[in-house]
Design a binder for this molecule. Structure first.
Ligand SMILES: NC(=O)c1ccc[n+]([C@@H]2O[C@H](COP(=O)([O-])OP(=O)(O)OC[C@H]3O[C@@H](n4cnc5c(N)ncnc54)[C@H](OP(=O)(O)O)[C@@H]3O)[C@@H](O)[C@H]2O)c1
Length: 318
């Protein structure tokens, strides 16, 4: 019995130490940059990492647009941010990445009502999306990769016109644990979790290619992994997972505020411009994950760009 108590004690102590270690390793954006006069657009800003990102920008005085798919959630998020920051320049627009026509409509309206876009944060995403959209693409790939690609391309003229604008693509560390991206599987490969992995891989390759195409402009582009963050993204997990998440894993996760730090860092930290096209974790640059580096060696970032442009029928001049 004594042995058992002793075992529990050491396990509990180990877990507490691990939690303290994770908290100490969490990166915080310490930048004091003021965003008065700047415009920021954050997708999926009604909750989680996107909400905390938008809240931070609003605190810094930016004009912030929350791009959300659900009007009541968007309105609630906007009202909360205005109440907390007293920044009245916070509004929302409706966009659902499950519908590419809706993305085009949102971009048209944005282009016609704004004269600048200093920060675009492609944050919206979902896990465990199933099936094919009415546009004919795997839902996970469309919502997490192709839709944000389209939105960015449609806003690009406005972004390029804005001095020193930034594009931040919230990806994941998932591509570190997969094979190099197989272009034949990107849009038509297996559904389920694998489509989420491919979509997040796509975010990183898109960042690399877009940064290289924008190299002769003042626009910079970054991708990032926010960490494992306690947000609504886990609500789609099956009940068995939910138990493990609620009672064990959650204790080791970042809060949404902690999870937003690397996004905020990439959006406004001065001095990182030479890292355009690179990937960040915990508010610092990290080397390319091996499968990403291999994909770039194979030219997959260019193939993915060409295929995406073609599928979307875009006339891209950069
Ligand atoms: N949490 C993590 O551990 C983790 C780890 C790695 C990467 N990430 C990445 O971090 C980003 C933010 O995730 P999160 O954890 O903050 O998740 P979250 O709390 O679930 O927020 C996701 C946001 O995306 C929106 N969204 C989902 N489907 C959409 C669609 N079809 N059209 C428009 N918006 C849509 C959601 O809107 P609704 O509220 O209406 O659903 C929500 O606002 C994502 O890109 C995710 O891949 C998260």
């Amino acid at each position: 019995m004594h042995c058992l108590y002793s075992l529990f004690f050491w396990i509990a102590l180990g877990l507490v130490c691990f939690r303290i270690y994770l908290k100490l390793m969490t990166g915080w954006c310490r930048s004091q940059v003021c965003l008065v006069g700047k415009t920021a657009l954050v997708t999926g800003a009604n909750t989680g990492i996107g909400y905390e990102t938008a809240l931070d920008f609003a605190k810094r005085g930016a004009t912030v647009i929350l791009a959300c798919r659900d009007e009541s959630k968007a309105r609630k998020a906007r009202d909360n941010i205005i109440e907390e920051t007293n920044n009245k320049n916070v509004s929302y627009g409706l966009v659902d990445f499950l519908d590419l026509a809706c993305v085009r409509k949102f971009a048209d309206e944005f282009n016609s009502t704004h004269t600048r876009l200093d920060i675009l944060v492609n944050n919206a995403a979902a896990v465990r999306l199933r099936g094919v959209t009415t546009d004919g693409y795997l839902a996970a790939v469309q919502v997490n990769y192709l839709g944000p690609f389209l939105l960015t391309m449609l806003l690009l003229n406005l972004i390029v016109k804005t001095p020193s604008a930034r594009i931040v693509n919230v990806s994941s560390s998932a591509p570190n644990y997969s094979n190099p991206l197989d272009m034949d599987l990107m849009f038509d490969g297996p559904d389920r979790t694998k489509a989420y992995y491919r979509s997040k891989f796509g975010n990183i390759l898109f960042t690399i290619e877009l940064a290289s195409r924008l190299a002769n402009t003042t626009v910079t582009v970054y991708s990032l992994h926010p960490g494992v963050v306690d947000t609504d993204i886990f609500r789609r997990l099956p009940p068995s997972w939910k138990f493990v998440m609620d009672y064990i894993v959650r204790w080791f996760m970042k809060t949404s505020l902690e999870g937003a730090q690397t996004t905020i860092y990439c959006a406004l930290q001065k001095g990182i411009e030479s890292y355009s096209g690179e990937h960040f974790e915990d508010c610092h640059f990290v080397s390319r994950y091996a499968p990403v580096a291999k994909s770039v060696d194979q030219g997959t970032h260019k193939l993915l760009w060409d295929k995406s442009v073609k599928l979307l029928g875009l006339d891209v001049t950069i």
